[in-house]
Design a protein around this ligand. Structure first.
Ligand code: SF4
Length: 442
C-alpha cells in the first residue's frame, strides 16, 4: 500500500526538483486572480519553487489543472493538490514615478510592496526563463506583467519592499556564485533613486493597511536589497523607506516584525540607527561559513569579510534590537559539517539560522554548469541538515527564526505557524481553507 507522505515530505521533494508549469498555465493562474508567481500551498503548508524561472523544466513534477483544482503530478501520477496566494489589490497599486517615468509596465515597477514569498534569500528570477525572456528585445517579465522581476519563494504572510535589486558586487562583476539575481547589473534596478519611488511606496502602504485590516498583525514586513555601496551597506536607504511610510501613515506598519536584511554595516552606529528608525529585527546573512569557502564562492568584499565580523555584528545587534537577530546559510554548496558548525556557533549567540537550499537560479545555473560536484541538495541531505540544525537550536534554547518561510524556517521541527492573512490566501480552494494549528515539535 502506498504510504501517504506528509506535506513536509512532499515539499522537500518538490524543492529539490522544481515543478514544470507551462507559460499558458502561469497566465491562467494570473488571470484567475492569484499571485502569479512561485508560491503554492500543499494543504496548510507552503512550498516552492515552481518553475517560473525555468528551474524545474526537467522535473518529474508537473502542475496541471484538473476539475477546477490545481494538482501536481509526479511522473504522470497524481501527487498532491496545491493552491496559490490570492493576489491582493494593493499589489496592483499604480503610480507615477515622475519624469523618469516608471509607471509604464516595461519598467517593471508598479507596486512597491510585495508579498514576500521568500525562501529566505533564494530569489527566483521570476519571468526570466528562456520562455519568458527575449534577449534581443529586453522584453522580460512578461509573466509578472512587468511588475516584479524577482521574487523569492515560500514565505508566510510576508510583506516586503526591495529598494534595489541591484547589488554592488554584481555591478563590479563579482557576484556571489550562488546569487539568484540573473544577468548583468542594470541601473534601473536601483529603485530608491527614482523620483517618487519612496512616496509611492508609502502610498501603497495606505492600501495595504486598508486591505489587510487587523490581519496585518499576522504579517511581517521585510526590507531587503542586494548589498548597496557605502560603509552602511544600504542602511541609510532602509531608514529612508521606514521614514517615508511613517510620514505618510503617521505610524510604522503594525506587522509582527519589521526586519532589515542587510550585510553587516561597518560601524555600530548604523545598527543603532536602524533600530531608531523602527526596525525590530535584523537578518545578516553569512551564507557561507568557512572563510576559505567564502572566498571561493563569494569572490567579492563580502566573501573576504571574515566570520569574525559577523560574530561581532550579531553580538552588538543582540544588544540593540528588541526582536530577532538571525542569519542564513546556504546548504548544498558548502560542506555540511561547516554549515552545521556555523548553525551551532550562531545558536550559541542566540542567533537562529535559516538553512536555505542552494537552487540553480541566476548565477547558480552557471555554478552548476561549471562545477560538477555542485547540485541542488537532495531531500535526504536537507532533512539530515534540518534535523541537526534544529538540534543545535534546541540545545541553545533558540527559537526557530520568526520568518515563517518554506522549509528554511524549520517550522515542522520547531516553529509555530501563523494564521494566514485573509487578503493573501485562497480560502475558496480545498485544503487551504483550514485554520492552522501550531506545528508540533518533533
Ligand atoms: S551579496 Fe551576493 S548573493 Fe547577495 S545580491 Fe549581491 S551578489 Fe547576489
Amino acid at each position: 500500500m502506498a504510504v501517504e507522505l506528509s506535506s513536509f515530505e512532499k515539499k522537500i521533494h518538490i524543492q529539490g526538483h522544481g515543478i514544470k508549469i507551462t507559460t499558458a498555465l502561469k497566465q491562467q493562474i494570473y488571470d484567475e486572480g492569484f499571485y502569479p508567481i512561485a508560491l503554492t500551498w500543499i494543504g496548510d503548508d507552503v512550498t516552492g519553487p515552481f518553475s517560473f524561472s525555468g528551474y524545474g523544466d526537467d522535473s518529474p513534477f508537473e502542475l496541471r489543472k484538473v476539475d477546477d483544482q490545481y494538482h501536481v503530478f509526479q511522473n504522470g501520477k497524481f501527487y498532491t493538490e496545491v493552491t496559490f496566494y490570492r493576489r491582493p489589490e494593493f499589489w496592483s497599486h499604480q503610480f507615477d514615478f515622475g519624469a523618469k517615468g516608471s509607471s509604464d509596465s516595461k519598467s517593471g515597477i508598479n507596486s512597491t510592496v510585495f508579498i514576500d514569498e521568500g525562501m529566505a534569500g533564494v530569489i527566483t528570477p521570476c519571468g526570466q526563463s528562456a520562455l519568458d525572456f527575449d534577449d534581443d528585445q529586453g522584453d522580460v517579465l512578461k509573466l509578472t506583467r512587468g511588475r516584479f522581476p524577482f521574487v523569492s519563494v515560500a514565505c508566510y504572510n510576508g510583506l516586503s519592499s526591495w529598494p534595489s535589486w541591484g547589488c554592488m558586487y554584481t555591478k563590479a562583476k563579482q557576484p556571489c556564485k550562488f546569487c539568484c539575481i540573473p544577468g548583468a547589473f542594470d541601473e534601473s534596478k536601483i529603485l530608491y533613486t527614482q523620483e517618487g519611488w519612496l512616496e509611492g511606496l508609502a502610498e501603497t502602504f495606505v492600501d495595504v493597511e486598508k486591505e489587510l485590516g487587523e490581519d496585518i498583525r499576522e504579517c511581517s514586513y521585510t526590507i531587503d536589497a542586494g548589498t548597496l555601496p557605502g560603509s552602511d551597506k544600504g542602511a541609510n536607504v532602509y531608514i529612508k523607506v521606514l521614514d517615508a511610510i511613517k510620514n505618510r501613515l503617521g505610524h510604522l506598519p503594525k506587522t509582527y516584525y519589521i526586519r532589515a536584511v542587510i550585510e553587516p554595516p561597518h560601524g555600530d552606529e548604523w545598527l543603532y540607527a536602524l533600530k531608531e528608525a523602527g526596525f525590530t529585527d535584523i537578518q545578516m546573512d553569512v551564507d557561507i561559513y568557512d572563510d576559505e569557502e567564502r572566498r571561493r564562492l563569494m569572490p567579492n568584499a563580502k566573501g573576504y569579510r571574515p566570520i569574525a565580523d559577523y560574530l561581532k555584528a550579531f553580538q552588538k545587534a543582540k544588544e540593540i534590537f528588541p526582536g530577532e537577530v538571525a542569519t542564513q546559510l546556504i546548504a548544498g554548496i558548502q560542506s555540511d559539517e561547516n554549515l552545521l558548525k556555523g548553525v551551532e556557533q550562531f545558536a550559541s549567540l542566540g542567533v537562529p539560522t535559516l538553512v536555505t537550499p542552494f537552487l540553480p537560479f541566476g548565477q547558480g545555473r552557471k555554478l552548476i554548469r561549471d562545477e560538477e560536484e555542485i547540485d541542488v541538495p537532495t531531500p535526504d541531505r536537507m532533512l539530515h541538515i534540518y534535523e541537526r540544525a534544529a538540534a543545535s537550536l534546541t540545545r541553545h534554547n533558540v527559537d526557530a527564526p520568526g520568518f515563517r518561510g518554506g522549509v528554511s524556517s524549520l517550522p515542522e521541527f520547531m516553529g509555530k505557524r501563523k494564521k494566514r492573512a485573509g487578503a493573501l490566501t485562497n480560502y475558496q480552494k480545498g485544503a487551504a481553507a483550514r485554520v492552522l494549528e501550531p506545528a508540533l515539535a518533533l
